[in-house]
Design a protein around this ligand. Structure first.
Ligand code: NAP
Length: 286
């Protein structure tokens, strides 16, 4: 029977360390890290995500500045706002909530964010840094997954890790981070020929698909560590992960739940990256 990985507790501990550091920055330098949040349109899920992120900022003593734009905003206006935030010395991190309306190119928008303020780690410069093992900002959800694995002292070296999903925000970056830590990584996707087999030989499974309980519990190798990234709303209104939780729990050594696993970590890592951006701006200013 698996031990449940308590993402809320791991996130809380990290946020408490961040809060201490933020207080230290205020005391010593009179500065408080600032996050610029850009939200376009009125998608309820995006509004909820942004609200949660802003609440977390406040809890650790950071400032957040919300820019709400109508869905009809032009790409040019949005790019102009990002340039303004890039120049704003009181804003250390910029978050553009995705998805954007169809008439706006997400590539252009993500490219416009200064890599030094790209606390989501989506800018091509930061993506390239991750690929080459550099020090750039890394995406929050994959960082949170790695922290969860570390929280249970999961030894990755030489282990088989199967990542299901190849998105730019979760699957690909987490696969690179696992590789960096010397796991032998397999990346699966919708065209993978035999998902059950790929999962069955994994010591570590990261499921980032977006399909409720697609990964069956009896596929999991005995003793494997399972990180479930998926967030799926069931017809009952309840949330479900991508892994058949109850059955997988019987076979895994550790498993992260949904909700209460990766989700809280994503927010904690966003705060971590914003704090880092603020500290690096102080260093640049000497
Ligand atoms: P995404 O961009 O839709 O990517 C989903 C991936 O799953 C794709 O690579 C897709 O393969 C693969 N896939 C789809 N059906 C499959 C199947 N039957 N077998 C194997 N692979 C399959 O999603 P995402 O943005 O990475 O997010 C994945 C999930 O994580 C979602 O539920 C999302 O809500 C959740 N999420 C949670 C957090 C958090 O903080 N908790 C953060 C980010 C995402 P193809 O590439 O071949 O299409």
């Amino acid at each position: 029977m698996a031990t449940i990985i308590d993402g809320k507790a791991v996130a809380r501990a990290l946020q408490s360390e961040i809060k201490d550091e933020v207080e230290g920055l205020k005391r010593r330098w009179g500065m408080s890290p600032g996050l610029g949040v850009v939200l376009v349109g009125d998608d309820p899920a995006s509004h909820l995500y942004v609200k949660n992120k802003e609440k977390a900022c406040k809890e650790v003593g950071m400032r957040s500045e919300e820019h709400l734009l109508p869905a009809s905003v032009s790409e040019r206006e949005l790019l102009a706002l990002i340039q303004k935030l890039n120049r704003d010395r009181d804003i250390h991190g910029i978050l553009v909530q995705l998805p954007l309306p169809a008439h706006i190119s997400p590539e252009k928008v993500l490219l416009a964010v200064s890599p030094q303020k790209d606390i989501d780690g989506f800018h091509p410069v930061n993506q390239g840094m991750l690929l080459s093992g550099g020090e750039g900002f890394r995406p929050c959800t994959p960082m949170g997954i790695m922290k969860l694995l570390d929280s249970v002292e999961c030894d990755l070296k030489g282990k088989n890790a199967t990542v299901i999903g190849r998105s730019n925000i979760v699957g690909k970056p987490v696969a690179l981070m696992l590789l960096e830590r010397h796991a032998t990584v397999t990346i699966c996707h919708s065209r993978t020929a035999n998902l059950k087999e790929e999962v069955g030989r994994a010591d570590i499974v990261v499921a980032a698909i977006g399909k409720a309980a697609l990964v069956r519990g009896d596929w999991i190798k005995s003793g494997a560590v399972v990180i479930d990234v998926g967030v799926n709303r069931l017809p009952t209104g309840k949330l479900s992960g991508d892994v058949e939780f109850e059955a997988a729990k019987e076979r895994a050594s550790y498993i992260s739940p949904v909700p209460g696993g990766v989700g809280p970590m994503t927010i904690a890592m966003l705060l971590f990256n914003t704090l880092r951006a603020a500290k690096e701006s102080l260093q640049r200013e000497g």
